[in-house]
Design a protein around this ligand. Structure first.
Ligand code: SF4
Length: 359
């Protein structure tokens, strides 16, 4: 489909606020290509009463140019549920669009590229969870939000990387057991097990982006940038988190950088995260390494505009599955905010035994 691609003075003026945020990440030449698409997307959004949910791992021109709500997957879905928009365009991966549909059953949810998947979400199916429940009868099932609606529907309660410890401890208490099933991320499960006395049954799924980080990456950073603070995502291997200064979800990392304003910071996560925060915290120097998520990068300004104009590709979920998945998400939302700070150095000080059974 052909769109206006001219970088007119009007387009320049309309996109000036976004340019101010991204000008250190995007070249002027690239902006001449992005800006006309941004102006059109924002116009069509208004005409169709649509909102765009942009995940922290979107490229800066999407994140700052067209995102109405930006953040982590659950935060985005919750914002969408509060908005009165008719259409939601998910600038993220497929399981995130499903979560939006679960929480907003009456809205049309679109994903710009149906191939935007996730190694973690595709590591497990609803049928797998049913088998796990047969093998461990009576144990509560806690599922990370990075899963399909099918998997959430088989779940007692969902968790995020920020509240996983709290949810696991809550579930153990509610069910009166000392063991909890926490799926599908092996590394998140290991990191939770290091912070609680509850025994964990885990699944061997992983995020292909975070699993690639190593202790050597951190050691090299420490030598090259001795003053830099190193923040790592809980989907990273345990030894990487042990070597970092702080572990937290993308939302927790953002909060950390905004509040503490370190002079130099290393974000051990997906590459776009640093570019997007950089626009909001001038004066903080972001240093590599980072790994790119190929699934997130399938989303572009051009296919977002296509999605809006053609109202494609709609995400649908069997209402019976959506209803059960919603219960698991809502149960988590209804818990109070996590009482345990997401500072991994507190955990290291405890030298906690990791009690985990991998299936
Ligand atoms: S970064 Fe990892 S968890 Fe997130 S979408 Fe990509 S593969 Fe999935």
């Amino acid at each position: 489909m052909a769109y206006d691609v001219e970088f007119t003075p009007e387009v320049e003026a309309l996109t000036a606020p976004a340019w101010a945020k991204v000008k250190d990440q995007v070249t002027p030449l690239e902006w001449r290509v992005h800006a006309p698409l941004i102006a059109q997307i924002n116009r069509v959004k208004r005409e169709k009463n649509a909102v765009i949910l942009a995940h922290n791992y979107m490229t800066p021109e999407i994140f700052h140019g067209v995102g109405d709500y930006v953040g982590d997957s659950l935060g985005l879905a919750r914002e969408a549920a509060r908005s009165d928009a008719k259409i939601i365009v998910q600038a993220g991966v497929h399981f995130m669009a499903e979560t939006s549909k679960v929480l907003c059953p009456d809205k049309t949810v679109l994903i710009p590229d149906l191939r935007a998947g996730c190694s973690l979400a595709s590591s497990i199916t609803g049928a797998d969870v049913r088998l796990i429940k047969q093998r461990y009868p009576g144990l509560p099932v806690v599922t990370y939000v990075n899963t399909t609606a099918d998997v959430k529907a088989e779940t007692d309660i969902c968790c995020t990387s920020a509240n996983a410890v709290q949810v696991v401890e809550w579930a153990a208490k509610e069910w009166g057991v000392d063991k909890v099933i926490l799926i599908p991320d092996e590394y998140l499960a290991r990191n939770v097990a290091a912070q609680t006395d509850i025994k964990i049954v885990a699944w061997k799924g992983s995020c292909e982006v975070h699993v690639r980080f190593t202790v050597d990456d951190i050691a090299e950073m420490r030598v090259a940038y001795p003053g830099a603070e190193i923040l790592a995502h809980p989907e990273c291997p345990e030894e990487v988190l042990n070597a970092a200064d702080f572990a937290g979800s993308t939302a927790a990392m953002t909060d950390y950088v905004e509040k503490r304003r370190p002079k130099q910071v290393v974000l051990i996560t997906e590459c776009s995260m640093a570019s997007n925060i950089a626009g909001d915290v001038p004066g903080v120097q972001f240093i590599g390494p980072c790994n790119m998520c190929p699934h997130m990068k399938r989303i572009t300004l051009r296919n977002i505009l296509d999605a809006l104009v053609k109202e494609q590709f709609e995400v649908t979920i069997d209402p019976a599955i959506a209803d059960r998945a919603r219960l698991a998400v809502q149960r988590m939302i209804d818990l109070p905010p996590p009482a345990i700070p997401a500072r991994y150095d507190l955990v290291k000080a405890r030298g906690h035994h990791v009690d985990i059974e991998l299936i």
